[in-house]
Design a protein. Sequence first.
Length: 257
Amino acid sequence: MGMSLFHQCIGEFLGTMVLILLGNGVVAGVNLKKTFANGAGWIVITLAWGFAVFVGVLISGNISGGQLNPAVTIGLAVAGKFAWSFVPWFILAQVIGALVGQLLVVAMYYPHYKVSDDVGAKLATCCTMPAIYSLFSNLASEIIGAFVLMFAVLMMHGVIINGNGTLTTTFVVNMGVFGAIPVALVVMVIGMSLGGTTGYAINPARDLGPRIFHALFPIPGKGSSGWGYAWIPVIGPIIGASIAALVYILLFHMGMC
């Protein structure tokens, strides 16, 4: 039985919420003082983020397709694999899910926020900031990372075309349980290989929802929410995913996929 748009949005909300709970949860565990994971390092963060994607897609895959990322949602729509009319609602559900997921992270680690004095480390438990500020490099990092993610997702699913030869469809691409494994591995390798420059948001909701939470809610000893940088992890992934979708369409018409 097909799910209604409302039920699909609930799936995206729940999947994104768990994605952020586990993904930013590991960042909090590594960055904040007096946790058993404090100082565990980048490898632990990238591995856990990959597993967080796996769990998020596992939860939402059979409900909404497990997109959990506005850049992926837009990329699928550009590729003709998702209805444009669903896009705003999915993105809204993803951003709200990310905000609620961050609420759970802060509630879980609240005593550790209180004893930590590094405002940058606290911000990192919510959203991304670049290792070196460089407009071109930072934007390119997010574009390239999201391109790899989106292109990999698209290559896992064949295009279904209409009778008139167009690519426009209204079905939801369902990554499901098996699709969660390769997507998780892709996110892991993006983090390890490309993520060291910006923290690899590659997901506007993952960055924007928790950044909104950081700005609006009382996190002990927090500093600036970094809004001057905030547009890069939103626009960059959307550009990268859209380029990946256009390349995929080109290759499809050339008979290569």
